[in-house]
Design a protein around this ligand. Structure first.
Ligand code: G3P
Length: 225
């Protein structure tokens, strides 16, 4: 499972990249709005930091296909080849996806709440479909199950599209999809930091350090004893 950061704060992205194995960055218009800055200014900073090889996902906001396609061209022109254009999985979006696929522009179908949206997006050539786990849960359905169903639906129909699960609120949600072997997930920095936060782990490591220092002296380690 590829693991991406769902955020646009360059300082947070830099920190997460420093410590964790990360495959790219995803954004959406709400995430960009939180910065209050010009979208391309932020996105170019992110691209410069993550490099040309990493995936960057950027959403188009037009309501009609023609506008989405125009945005896709600008997004790719400004941010490079490995930039996936997020297109909402609705009627106008499907039209845009087909045209972008024909041009060789990679698409992430977004705002996916139902498996059939993902199926149609896959048939239109989308590289990823992004179900919103937590938002689906909040509607009274099971977001994890929807993501699993979409994964199965792709496999059973020989579609190359992968699930890019989004909208996580906790580690358990991510773990379940990781165990299931879905293609990719994107999580906010706080969820990423929470993945291995556990008092038992911290305490075990502290005990080892104390025992070692008891043997060799305060501040000593295997390179200085
Ligand atoms: O980009 C879509 C997804 O990341 C939304 O997440 O936390 O706003 O539900 P959230």
């Amino acid at each position: 499972m590829k693991l991406m950061i769902d955020d646009a704060h360059i300082d947070l992205i830099q920190t997460i990249y420093e410590y964790y194995p990360v495959d790219g960055v995803t954004t959406n218009p709400t995430i960009l709005a939180k910065s209050g800055r010009n979208p391309y200014e932020i996105l170019k900073e992110i691209r410069a930091f993550i490099g040309e090889e990493a995936q960057l996902h950027v959403q188009a906001v037009s309501r009609e296909a023609a506008g989405m396609i125009e945005e896709a061209h600008r997004i790719r022109e400004e941010l490079g080849e490995n930039t996936y254009v997020k297109i909402p999985a609705l009627k106008e979006g499907f039209k845009a996806m087909k045209a972008l696929y024909a041009e060789g522009i990679p698409v992430t179908a977004t705002a996916v709440y139902m498996p059939m949206q993902a199926f149609l997006a896959a048939k239109c050539g989308a590289s990823y479909a992004a179900p919103y786990i937590n938002r689906i849960d909040n509607m009274g359905y099971n977001g994890i199950q929807v993501a699993k169903n979409i994964h199965d639906l792709f496999k059973n129909n020989n579609l190359k599209t992968e699930v890019l699960a989004a909208s996580f609120k906790n580690s358990q949600q991510l773990l379940e999809l990781c165990e299931y072997g879905i293609g990719a997930s994107t999580v906010a920095p706080d969820v990423m930091e929470g993945l291995v936060k556990n008092q038992a782990v911290t305490s075990a490591v502290e005990d080892f350090i104390k025992d070692f220092e008891g043997l060799t002296g305060a501040g000593r380690n295997m390179s200085s004893c």
